[in-house]
Write a protein of this length. Structure first.
Length: 228
């Protein structure tokens, strides 16, 4: 029978930053940022808080590591791009990957803007901006173009995730959309003609398809700018 001390040493030796980050992601997905404490993490990993502090110095650092881990997974399979078509496809894959990632891990959308120079944000901005050459965007316009794409991707993805969390208790997405469309249709047609026209589209739209349509509009605008 292995003495308790030897078991403890073996468990500590097996602990790694990757294991800690994976456990943190599980807690964040289940309980959100409030649920992520070193005490909860230690319990999940069957270790002491001191062993975790050896790898990660603070909750903020842990959030950053977890966020970076999620983003790295999104970017891992995005191909290189040399032609305009490949560049547009790569940016679309990044956008959809981030949309799905933030939908699955809403805390990512909340944490990313907090520290703009964190590794995940830097990698994401580089991955988008680095493909603008292939689209023919001149260097003088690349910062604005990359910023517009990044702001759209993160803004819409985070808002979609926030909407999912704040819907009326017990109501699914379809019920929520139907109620919102009903409210739009009850507004004065003279004062809100646009909302009356699009209420039916709101009722039946797909969030992911609408998001992709927005990405396509931004990319089409960039292409048109190069043609002009």
């Amino acid at each position: 029978m292995t003495p308790p001390r030897q078991r403890s040493v073996r468990r500590a030796d097996a602990l790694s930053t990757d294991r800690i980050v994976e456990a943190a992601i599980e807690i964040l997905d289940a309980e959100g940022e409030r649920g992520l404490t070193f005490r909860a993490l230690a319990a999940r990993l069957s270790t002491g808080a001191g062993a975790i502090y050896h790898h990660v110095a603070s909750k903020e650092e842990l959030l950053t590591e977890a966020t970076t881990g999620v983003i790295e997974r999104v970017l891992a399979d995005v191909p290189d791009s040399a032609t305009p078509e490949e560049g547009a496809r790569a940016i679309t894959l990044i956008a959809l990957g981030m949309f799905d990632a933030i939908d699955e891990h809403p805390w990512v959308g909340a944490h990313l803007p907090v520290v703009p120079w964190q590794p995940g944000m830097v990698r994401l901005f580089e991955s988008i901006g680095g493909r603008l050459d292939s689209l023919g965007v001149p260097e003088s316009a690349q910062f604005n173009a990359a910023s517009a794409l990044l702001n759209y991707i993160l803004g819409v993805a985070a808002q979609n995730a926030a909407n999912a969390r704040t819907r009326v208790a017990g109501a699914g997405r379809e019920e929520f959309m139907a109620e919102t469309a009903d409210r739009w249709e009850q507004l004065s047609p003279a004062s809100y003609p646009f909302l009356h026209r699009v209420a039916r589209q709101l009722r039946h739209h797909d969030d992911r398809e609408q998001f992709l349509a927005g990405v396509d509009l931004v990319l089409a605008g960039l292409a048109a700018g190069q043609d002009g």
